[in-house]
Design a protein. Sequence first.
Length: 141
Amino acid sequence: EARAVATTVCTLRDRWGVRVLESSVLRVLTFYSAQVECITEALRVAGVRGVSVSSVDGSQGAEADVVLLSFVRANASHAIGFVSEFRRLNVAITRARAARIAFGHARTLRALRGDGADAVAGMVRAAEAEHSLYPEAAVGS
């Protein structure tokens, strides 16, 4: 997921120019601090610096035109901790002014349990209906 985020950032930069890397334009959010580190490292390896990468909790009050949201977790029990907590989810999905690009394991997100589960499952269903759900291999192509 971190590599897919980095690839997407590079694609946006290549198409829109370096201004897209400004925090008012692009912000990367994730639910876990360890994923912040993974994404930051993936961006460094890709030669990208200056992109705002933070946890959802650390992003309250901050918005950007485009938000890349990394859901992180996937497992057979479909239990993914913080991600299904409605308040965190609300913060995560309301930081984007123009566009939100989500990265996650669709099967896990579709079967989520918790107070934010319906909203996440709805996002996945909407992406499927709009034919905007892409496998990892398609990212950046």
